[in-house]
Design a protein around this ligand. Structure first.
Ligand SMILES: C[S@@+](CC[C@H](N)C(=O)[O-])C[C@H]1O[C@@H](n2cnc3c(N)ncnc32)[C@H](O)[C@@H]1O
Length: 248
């Protein structure tokens, strides 16, 4: 049974289950956008639009949670017949959550990944010809410091800045900047000015991820991107002179 004292399984609008965290008083996904749909349109598709032609794609998935972003990435890789090697690194603080995921009711699209879900849940690693995936059981802040110039993609999918501020500060994004490649791409559901400022202050360019059927989201990159509309941060700052990024 997945439900326990800290988590409750909840049906989201696209028919996939997400969870509600009693500890953080927050859902793991937007129940309105749908768990599976949100992973695809806010993280996997915008990132892979830029990266899918690479032979190797290295991904930081912040944080593993129910594993939707990692699993939706594998699903995208398979349904688009990609031959790139994927390396996914994902920290997660909640050890008992990861251990309980063998009992989670995933969407049917993830059915074929059962052996991967089991391996990640039980030993924290999965590897085959195409995939290397590791779930680090511990603090993301500590984990990300060991990487330099390594990631093509960062999925920034922590609980909201008000609930889990340490994963949204200027100093946190400074470590992310160190880990991401110059042409890497970061995706996040957050559109708050504080989040965008924390990224901008670390020399990320900020872009809009907008589309039908989901709420607006953000894409960021140390490089200039042409396929997304850029957010004019200097203008935003001049209109909101008191706005501040979160700090440690
Ligand atoms: C919104 S959920 C992630 C959802 C996930 N991306 C998915 O697709 O299912 C946020 C996760 O961050 C984890 N978390 C919170 N603080 C953390 C930290 N400092 N280091 C690692 N994980 C953390 C929580 O336990 C929770 O599972």
């Amino acid at each position: 049974m997945f439900n326990d004292t800290l988590h409750e399984m909840i049906l989201s609008e696209d028919g996939s289950f997400t969870a509600y965290s009693k500890e953080y008083d927050e859902h793991y996904h937007s129940t309105r956008d749908g768990a599976m749909h949100e992973s695809m349109v806010k993280h996997v598709e915008p990132a892979f639009k830029l990266k899918e032609k690479q032979d190797e794609i290295v991904i930081l998935d912040i944080c593993y949670g129910l594993g939707f972003n990692t699993l939706a990435t594998l699903y995208y890789h398979q349904t688009n017949n990609l031959t790139s090697k994927l390396k996914i690194y994902s920290p997660e603080l909640d050890v008992s959550l990861v251990k309980s995921l063998v009992d989670f009711t995933y969407p049917k699209e993830f059915e074929i990944f059962k052996p991967i879900i089991k391996s990640l849940s039980e030993v924290g690693v999965y590897e085959d010809e195409y995939y290397y995936i590791e779930v680090f059981l511990g603090d993301a802040r500590e984990y990300i410091r060991k990487f330099e110039n390594r990631f093509d993609i960062v999925y920034q999918d922590a609980f909201s800045p008000s609930t889990n501020p340490t994963l949204w500060t200027k100093e946190y994004f400074q470590d992310i900047k160190r880990g991401i490649k110059e042409d890497g791409v970061l995706t996040t559901y957050s559109i708050s000015l504080a989040t965008r400022l924390a990224l901008f202050e670390n020399d990320f360019n900020i872009y809009l991820n907008i589309g039908e059927g989901y709420r607006d989201a953000t894409v960021a990159s140390p490089s200039k991107l042409t396929i997304f509309k850029e957010v004019d941060m200097k203008h935003k700052i001049s209109c909101n002179p008191d706005a501040k990024s979160l700090r440690d």
